[in-house]
Design a protein around this ligand. Structure first.
Ligand SMILES: Nc1ncnc2c1ncn2[C@@H]1O[C@H](COP(=O)(O)OP(=O)(O)OP(=O)(O)O)[C@@H](O)[C@H]1O
Length: 278
């Protein structure tokens, strides 16, 4: 037997050496020096961060800070991206990632003249085409409709649904292929508090039951408390990358909102000092 260790072989009866710890799983998203230019402006400035697998990471920050741009870069639909951006172990935009990522944009992408089920049937046929897959498609569609709690509306025309119900149809479409990474751009915007709470329960069960990773953007700070981790953004930069608890403790704040405001004040003060010393 080959012995690759520089240690002498274990004596018979010697206590067993502990098994080497398994390496931590690679993050779902890893960005280094990630920069995005849109038109004449740099909208993301040399970002470094990771998104852990199997957790819900909230991407929070004021309107226009670059949340949607960052999400588009991660799902591979954003032009002029430089630096490193690996998603599920591949460079962002790699063709094999298409079926592994579910992406819901701010504008629900549903056909108003089709029913909920017909909308899902349509997208399921693109994802998993062919007659032999018909039964599997039917099961996946029924499950996705149930996941977003629209079973009783399965035969309603999408055009006759409320805004919140339409966003849930989009979410069901994103869930169809059982994605490893779900990227949801402001999924709760405009929803009433009960629906928002129900959706967050759904996000948690998707992460817990399927081990999926969720990246969820919001500009509503109270939603931050529902995330395992947070990326707080301001003006195209990451202000903080931490758990809600650690953020509150570190900034001696009662809420994530107060922590965010404190970090913004610190960033503004640091910018002023930099300008003065130039
Ligand atoms: N097509 C474009 N050309 C040039 N600049 C753009 C373009 N689209 C967006 N921007 C700019 O990029 C910046 C980031 O926009 P982005 O939509 O990513 O922000 P956001 O945080 O998602 O905002 P919101 O919460 O309002 O959706 C903004 O300052 C915006 O003005």
């Amino acid at each position: 037997m080959m012995n690759y260790s520089s240690r002498p072989p274990d004596e018979p009866g010697a206590p067993e050496a502990p098994a080497p710890a398994a390496p931590p799983p690679a993050p779902a998203v890893r960005a280094e020096d990630l920069t995005v230019v849109r038109g004449p402006r740099t909208v993301l400035h040399a970002l470094d961060f990771t998104v852990p697998r199997g957790r819900i990471t909230g991407l929070l920050g004021p309107s226009g800070c670059g949340k949607s741009t960052l999400m588009r870069a991660i799902v591979g639909t954003q032009a002029k991206v430089t630096g490193t951006l690996d998603v599920l172990g591949r460079p962002a935009g790699h063709p094999t990632l298409r079926t592994r990522i579910g992406y819901v944009t701010q504008a629900p992408s549903v056909f108003d003249d089709l029913t909920v089920r017909q909308n899902l049937d349509y997208f399921a046929a693109i994802l998993d085409p062919g007659r032999p897959a018909a039964e599997r498609r039917h099961e996946n569609v029924t499950r996705a409709i149930g996941d977003v709690d629209l079973t009783t509306h399965a035969d309603a025309l999408a055009g006759n649904l409320s805004g919140g119900q339409r966003s849930r149809v989009s979410l069901a479409v994103a869930l169809l292929g059982g994605p490893e990474l779900l990227v949801l751009d402001e999924p709760t915007v405009g929803l009433d508090p009960v629906l928002r709470r129900d959706l967050w329960h759904l996000f948690h069960s998707i992460a817990a039951d399927r081990g999926a990773t969720l990246l969820v953007s919001s500009h509503v700070m109270d939603e931050a408390e529902r995330c395992h981790r947070l990326l707080l953004m301001r003006e195209g930069r990451i202000l903080a990358d931490d758990t809600p608890d650690a953020l509150r403790t570190r900034t001696d704040s009662e809420t994530v909102e107060a922590a965010f405001l404190r970090l913004v004040d610190e960033a503004i003060a640091a910018d002023r000092t930099k300008e003065r010393t130039r």
